[in-house]
Design a protein. Structure first.
Length: 447
């Protein structure tokens, strides 16, 4: 249970304002002003509410350029919570990815993963590599009921690695929970098997641990042998096989900015190379683009994230929203993941062909109906793939209440009810780096 220590007023712009704002934004909700958004489910990254203990730590932040007390507190929190002793901070998760994959990947390399998310995919490609996704067979089957649909397909990963040769596979990546697969969890057993694949090809096992606490909650709920294991112990167990863990603190660090890479055994001095890259691209290696106050707040947030009461509330709220949506006949991906509800826009809007982006059409409709901002994670965000036309409704941590969830369900339900009146969209302009086009491309309705 939480008490609200600070509140913010929010007004719902009238429908004419919302229609005009959407048109001005080029039918891309990333282009909307936050002032025009009533309930913002665009992302759970950096959008949550910090605790009073975090605010207290922030006010006592040490802003020394090198070796600050705030860095030492963050370093100790990572050791205590994640089980790794060496860290390289970055300004956020994608900054950490830039450091890591720039140090690991060479031209022509292949990086195998359960599923690359957008920035991970882009950083692998930017370094000259090719991302290879190996999700389990039922990952995108919205009717399948597997407990760990975020897992890496071990045999597929082994085959992809063998096809290019051990000298061309620098890393096997496991993202937990698997954001690209509807926030589905990964089992501890799967992480251990991924470790074995990495060893076969003399590759590093990298864990994208942005949602390490949420994944641990699912492990305790679903994986045999962990039913009575405390969450903090599961966190360390699921990360222990990794050579390095990359974290956006804006998720389970419970802060608004910041990230880091933490490194385990290090025979070829990856840690040293990361620190040198940090100096070049982020800042000195004991702050990495973060202020001392932000590191201090994250040190507290990492500890709060493994509290069972917090996680019960967090994941319970996501499930409550999914239930509310289903009662309004909105097609929801099941089982529900840890940080968001994923709506199947391909089922909701079957008359809109994939090339006209039904997911993006539903995102725009939800904003027009009730000022709710979600994000498309289908053919528009991931061009050239056959992923379902998902719309992600990501819940910020400790921010919204039941009344907000009810408004979201009513709004998205109304948008689906109007489905046959909705038209598809076409791209007007997009950046050269197509893998990241959903952040800045503009669109228009198809006549």
């Amino acid at each position: 249970m939480y008490d609200s220590a600070m509140v913010s007023r929010r007004e719902l712009p009238d429908r004419e304002q919302r229609v005009a704002a959407l048109k001005t934004a080029g039918y891309n909700v990333f282009g909307l002003s936050a002032a025009d958004v009533y309930i913002d489910l665009l992302t759970d990254s950096g959008t949550g509410t910090m605790s009073t203990d975090q605010w207290a730590a922030l006010l006592g932040g040490d802003e020394s350029y090198a070796g600050s007390e705030s860095f030492e507190r963050l370093e100790q929190a990572v050791t205590d919570v994640l089980g790794f002793e060496r860290i390289v901070p970055a300004h956020q998760g994608r900054g950490a990815e830039h450091l890591l994959y720039g140090a690991l990947v060479d031209d022509g390399d292949v990086v195998v993963a359960n599923t690359h998310f957008d920035t991970t995919r882009a950083h692998v490609a930017e370094a000259g590599g090719r991302p290879a996704d190996c999700p389990v067979v039922d990952a995108f089957d919205t009717d399948a009921a597997g407990p760990f649909k975020g897992n890496l397909d071990i045999e597929a990963a082994r085959e992809r690695a063998a096809a290019v040769g051990a000298d061309r596979v620098p890393a096997v990546v496991v993202t937990l929970t698997n954001n690209s697969v509807a926030g589905q969890p990964v089992s501890v057993e799967n992480v251990r098997r991924a470790r074995a694949v990495a060893d076969e090809f003399d590759a590093r096992l990298i864990i994208d641990g942005c949602r390490f606490a949420e994944n641990a909650w699912f492990v305790r709920e679903r994986e045999p042998g962990f039913e009575e294991t405390p969450i903090p112990a599961i966190v360390r167990e699921q990360l222990a096989p990794a050579d390095a863990v990359v974290v956006s603190g804006k998720k389970d660090g419970l802060v608004n900015v910041g990230g880091f890479i933490t490194v385990g055994d290090d025979e070829d001095d990856l840690f040293g190379r990361l620190r040198e890259r940090a100096i070049l691209y982020e800042g000195f290696y004991t702050y990495g683009g973060m202020a001392g106050r932000d590191m201090a707040a994250m040190a507290v947030g990492l500890r709060e994230a493994v509290d069972p009461g917090y996680l019960d509330h967090r994941i319970g709220q996501v499930r409550t929203l999914a239930d509310m949506l289903e009662r309004r006949d909105v097609p929801v991906y099941r089982p529900v993941g840890g940080h968001a509800v994923y709506v199947d826009a391909g089922v909701a809007l079957p008359h809109i062909p994939r090339e006209q982006f039904p997911g993006q059409a539903l995102v725009c409709a939800a904003y027009r109906e009730g000022g709710v901002r979600g994000v498309e994670l289908g053919g528009f965000a991931f061009p050239g793939t056959d992923r379902p036309e998902f719309v992600r409704l990501a819940l910020p941590r400790r921010r919204y209440h039941r009344e907000h969830l009810e408004h979201v369900a009513e709004t998205v339900g109304a948008a689906v009810d109007r489905g046959t009146a909705l038209s598809g969209l076409e791209v007007v302009s997009q950046p050269d780096r197509e893998a990241l086009r959903h952040f800045s491309a503009t669109l228009r309705p198809v006549d």
